[in-house]
Design a protein around this ligand. Sequence first.
Ligand code: MRU
Length: 341
Amino acid sequence: MIPLDIPRALRWSPADHALTILDQRHLPGEVVERELHSVDEVEAAIRTLAVRGAPAIGVAAALGLVAWVVREPAASRASILEATARLAQARPTAVNLPWAMARMRRVVEDSTAEGPLLRDQLAREAEAILAEDESMCAAIGRHGLPLIPDGARVLTHCNAGALATAGIGTALAPVYTAAAAGRRVEVIACETRPLLQGSRITAWELERAGIPVTLCTDGMAASLMGAGRVDLVIVGADRIAANGDVANKIGTYAHAVAARHHALPFYVAAPTSTVDVATPGGEAIVIEQRDPDEVRWLGERQLAPRGVAVHNPAFDVTPAALVTAIITDRGLVQSPFAFTA
Ligand code: MRU
């Protein structure tokens, strides 16, 4: 196995119940780590995308809840339950967040303990969520490995790498696993307007891991496919409906349409915690709408007339019919999809 230097989105210190995140708002220019202690801090970190990516926000919310409870010995059962409800709503689209908060809530509801005993039970559950995410990423890597032949050119969108999870990522897990096994693999990273997770985060993460990466703007992807410079597409997911419709970063749908036109496989990689069997189809998925200024401005730089109307959904829904297969921690799920509990 070839060792790769894969960065981590978050670190947990069980001895002092300390949650440290890599604040992704500063990438790629600066590597800034921050410790989160309160529910307010965790909620703000999730809302502002300091920590981001469906699995990572679920894990961060669970560990952040514990970090707060430990530092707030007077926290009542009611206030802990209230905190899980608040954190579950910090962002609406990724199902991993309410999924992780439901697990933490159940610990409180199923326990008669108070004080340090309840805190220990919550810590054990949050640490289990962390460990499970790490191993689900590794399993996605193993199941996705056969899809990455030597010399593969993989197009991806947004960041569904290590920095979106507690492990080696989802969409990038098969890439890392192939590279570690000695296969030559390169990635075409779409920059991902408007918040540029592809250029700021994926390109940084892959460079650091030593994987060849070429950046393109979102609008260039179809022509690269047409020119025969892409072998397959792998993206992550924020929520997968029971029928296989996939909510993921805005722009994903366009890549799926282009991939189908060029007869290229379009894979979605996601842990089972991202599959929402309670949502029958994509039309029922709530899509986060974000601040119009994310499109009008790039930092201090004005990109559009101040008051121009802006459409800024954070995600889109790719119909299941355009998805070749879903790479999960339990194996490859082929179309047609029908997920059940
Ligand atoms: O708004 P973000 O950066 O949290 O969006 C992230 C994505 O869309 C990812 O592709 C998705 O969460 C999967 S991460 C493994």
